[in-house]
Design a protein around this ligand. Sequence first.
Ligand code: AMP
Length: 159
Amino acid sequence: MTIAYIGLGSNLTEPQSQVERALGELDRLPHSRLIARSSLYRSAPVGYAAQPAFVNAVAALDTALAPQELLHQLQALEAAHQRARTFPNAPRTLDLDLLLFGDERIADAALVVPHPRMHERAFVLEPRTEIAPAAEIPGRGRAQALLEGCRGQKVERIP
Ligand code: AMP
């Protein structure tokens, strides 16, 4: 079994419900169990600003799936949430990123782990730090220290 971290995001069609539902669905993936989840966070959109704020969370999954199988399962969940791919950084009902897979480093055509942008995104680092305060991102250092470099990004915990 390996502990994988998944980043969740939504800014369309009741984003909080989309993320809460997806957390339940992650727990029901084959050969997998949800072992921790962060609070929900609200963040300003990155890249394309003219869209609603995002709701984000991070989950820790104990899984016996191979990383590529897990990515397929995540993509199937996105599709089940009627995720449409229109243009990069477009609004979406559900975005699931495979952030970390144990301490593995993977770089193939369909999967890059650690996720190549997670270390510079407060909406990932903040919830990740909530559930794993001392954890490192392989090759990048401690999430807490990386967060210092994201001070300009607006992220707030949803009470
Ligand atoms: P997006 O549209 O941002 O959800 O990106 C999805 C694309 O990124 C798919 O083609 C995936 O194969 C690819 N991808 C590469 N690495 C990852 C990762 N760590 N997590 C999720 N998708 C990934």
